[in-house]
Design a protein around this ligand. Sequence first.
Ligand SMILES: Nc1ncnc2c1ncn2[C@@H]1O[C@H](COP(=O)(O)OP(=O)(O)OP(=O)(O)O)[C@@H](O)[C@H]1O
Length: 330
Amino acid sequence: MPTPVMPTSRQADGPVSSAAVSAIGLRKSYGDKVVLDGIDLHIPAGSVFALLGPNGAGKTTTVQILSTLITADGGQAQVSGHDIAAEPQDVRASIGVTGQFSAVDGLITGEENMLLMADLHHLPRSEGRRVTAELLERFDLTDAAKKPAITYSGGMKRRLDIAMTLVGSPRIIFLDEPTTGLDPRSRHTMWQIIRELVTGGVTVFLTTQYLEEADQLADRIAVLNNGTIAAQGTAEELKRLIPGGHVRLRFTDPGAYQSAVSELREATRDDEALALQIPSDGSQRELRSILDWLDSTGIEADELTVHTPDLDDVFFALTGGTDKAQEAVR
Ligand SMILES: Nc1ncnc2c1ncn2[C@@H]1O[C@H](COP(=O)(O)OP(=O)(O)OP(=O)(O)O)[C@@H](O)[C@H]1O
């Protein structure tokens, strides 16, 4: 099946922006099971990239390969400009990884966890204390700093985990399912933290099963399924890949509605709401042609709204939803 891959960060008439992560043909198998079957990635520096996929799709495996925790069976990747196979130490020095494998030691306090991290990064003692205090404050953990981390809530542990990662001032952070299991408030706090990291120039590679999370945070999203990237692009580009998008015209005058109905025979009618739906991918080009056509036929709607499928629709279509939906992206 051909992969509907959207253009990457190549500007219309400029160079490719500098990549924080680039990968070509990454492959990984466990025994007979092919987990990654040729993954290509290009993630511009300073952006948020979300890798979406159902359970077992290979998201964590991708993060483990890119962060040099495991080796790929094939393909190449550069992280922060360093080859993951040839320069794993340089890769590790430039990244932070948090998520499913928490680095937090529950038996010591949050502050001690941070100071331990500062020691691992060989920060002088006074510098370690300064950075620790600053990060604990930033992540709203100052009050809990002297309590054992085992007493922290899930959200606090995640915040501590990210704070620990930031001790080393990484330029790229891998967040493996950063909000799984968090309540909505903690999830929103985490999103805010991630946005602030990006504002500070950090590149974020996040894996998630939450489509809303990808929609909220990511500049680009890739959907992983059956070992390959089924599609990638911005949330808007992905939503346009599947049918269901339409332009809705609403009228207040029944007479105007009736004449529109007789002109727009292809449109779906909603007589009760005096509204017509015209199928559309929501692209600027299509909208322009619909507007031109409405002008030429003298139809004037009181309200025009563009509806695109949401990411849930995209996810189901790309990762084994209905045959009809899968057919739509072929
Ligand atoms: N060390 C391993 N040995 C054997 N199989 C493995 C190993 N690690 C992962 N796998 C298998 O590889 C596949 C991909 O796993 P991975 O953890 O990357 O998926 P995932 O997309 O992160 O899933 P989830 O959303 O459930 O975390 C799964 O079928 C898993 O069972």
